[in-house]
Design a protein around this ligand. Structure first.
Ligand SMILES: [Zn+2]
Length: 492
């Protein structure tokens, strides 16, 4: 029954912005392999996440479901929820997932469902030299700790807090043990380790059709790329001590964006080298699929769970406090054997539509619970679509392990081909609206004057979305997810 089916490789890269990929016009050579693959693929110019960060993005990618559809307090996939993996496993596929140690991609949040093999690398031996600033702080009650606090409050009273912070940072860096290599500083397993494991698994599945999901963390902070990738990108070797200094500096909470900006370019180079490493390892994976004669019947999709900020709007990393383009716009490349690819319309393609599209390409039926729809015909024939992309998350929730942080107000954006409305769904909240054509950097919000009609239209879409969220909520699914959470809270 399973003969003749196509296989699927889905790669999600954490923190990969569309505009840091060569195929989206980036000038630095981060993605030579993907750039070449783009010529035989469908490259979606405006792929938009359904939420950010990871835990608000992945439900749409794997289960075609908006992140807050089961309630703000539900994070991850619900027990028994239909996903790409459950559908394909049911249909006879071998299913395997390899995720590079992202703490939210785990059985705790339901991501192992449908996978025969699920390796989350959460047992990866992270080196104990992370966040050295503060780590050397003496105990509060020790004489050194008391002295430290006295100096800090004395400096504060004299208006010298900035000087104190700077000296304290430099002191921590000075007394930190020497950094021997970037490999020893890395927090997550690099892409080569995951590709090695994926290759071993692929060798074990025989001729069955397979679904392989890889989630790679190389561009994620702290930015410690393999030296080879850094050299390929910059022509220089990484100096491990400098890489650590940059990461620690970039992580400082006492500095303003102007103070941080002096290190921005160097930090971006480190992140970009992580992207280059991902590209190289994907090339290696594809090469092995070619050698084993699996590539010719293999659909390949690459995207990201969200982007990354480098001070464009004052922020770093990817906290869910704004839904600017740096965060929500990701690459999406779909390579289908036998299809030459076509120019894809610039309509925003929500991740919500990815799983149904992939299932149609594979000739499989999408579950009725999927909220998105297949855009396969639109991609093939270059037909634009009208519906805007909706993006949502709980405002400021940076640690969903703490249930109370999930209950913040909903941050919602509606993005069409030209405009974006961003709002916090709470009484008295103000909105921001950007004309991305006239102002791609989102520097001028305008909700009145000529923008009034557009605002009304996007607000209407936001209201319809919220109403639909409530009216179509699956109470049993929600209950199962809440019970799982409760069990984890009680016993973890
Ligand atoms: Zn992420």
């Amino acid at each position: 029954m399973t003969q003749g089916k196509r296989s699927l490789v889905l790669v999600t890269v954490d923190c990969l912005r569309a505009d840091h990929c060569g195929l989206y016009g980036y000038t630095r050579p981060t993605t030579p392999f993907l750039d070449a693959l783009a010529s035989e693929s469908f490259v979606v110019p405006t792929a938009i996440v359904a939420g950010a960060p990871t835990y608000y993005s992945l439900p749409a990618i794997l289960a075609s479901r908006m992140p807050l559809a089961l309630g703000r307090d539900v994070v991850g996939l619900a027990p028994g929820e239909s996903t790409l993996a459950t559908v394909l496993r049911e249909s006879g596929y071998a299913t395997g997932a390899f995720s590079a140690g992202n703490p939210y991609i785990s059985p705790r949040f339901g991501y192992d469902q449908g996978f025969e093999v699920f390796h989350d690398f959460l047992d990866f031996e992270a080196q104990p030299v992370q966040n050295i600033v503060g780590a050397e702080t003496p105990r509060r009650d020790s004489p050194r700790g008391q002295l430290n606090r006295s100096i800090r409050s004395f400096a504060g009273a004299l208006g010298l807090s900035r000087l104190y912070n700077e000296l304290y940072f430099q002191y921590c860096m000075k007394i930190a043990p020497a950094a021997k290599s970037v490999d020893a500083l890395r927090k997550f397993p690099s892409a080569d380790i995951l590709v090695d494991q994926a290759q071993s698994w692929l060798a074990s599945v025989g001729q069955r059709p397979f679904f392989l999901w890889l989630h790679l963390m190389d561009p994620h902070s702290p930015y410690y790329p393999p030296n080879e990738a850094y050299r390929e990108l910059t022509g220089r070797d990484i100096e491990p001590g400098r890489a650590r200094y940059l990461n620690e500096y970039w992580n400082r909470s006492d500095l303003t964006p102007p103070a941080l900006s002096g290190k921005r370019d160097e930090v971006i180079q480190l992140c970009d080298a992580g992207i280059r490493w991902v590209d190289r390892q994907i090339a290696r994976l594809v090469d092995s699929l070619r050698q084993s004669h699996r590539w010719d019947d293999c659909v390949f999709a690459l995207t990201a769970d969200h982007g990354e900020e480098f001070l464009e709007h004052g922020g770093r990393y990817h906290s869910p406090v704004r839904l600017s383009e740096e965060i929500i716009r990701v690459p999406l490349l779909i390579r289908v054997p036998g299809e030459r690819g076509a120019k894809v319309p610039a309509s925003p393609m929500s991740h919500l539509h990815l799983a149904p599209t992939l299932l149609e390409i594979l000739g499989e039926q999408a579950p009725s619970a999927f909220q998105g729809r297949s855009l396969w015909t639109n991609l093939q024939k270059g037909i634009a679509w009208d519906d805007p992309a909706i993006i949502e998350c709980a405002y400021g929730c940076t640690n969903p392990f703490r249930p109370e942080s999930r209950s913040a107000s909903r941050l919602l954006a509606v993005r069409d081909a030209r405009f974006k409305l961003v709002m916090r769904v709470e009484p008295g909240a103000t909105e921001e609206m950007y004309d991305l054509e006239a102002d791609p950097a989102e520097t001028r919000s305008s909700t009145d004057g000529p923008a009034l009609g557009t605002r009304k239209r996007l607000l209407q879409a936001a209201h319809e979305h919220i109403e639909k969220t409530v009216s179509t909520r699956d109470p049993m699914m929600r209950l199962r997810a809440r019970l799982r959470d409760l069990r984890c809270e009680l016993f973890d």
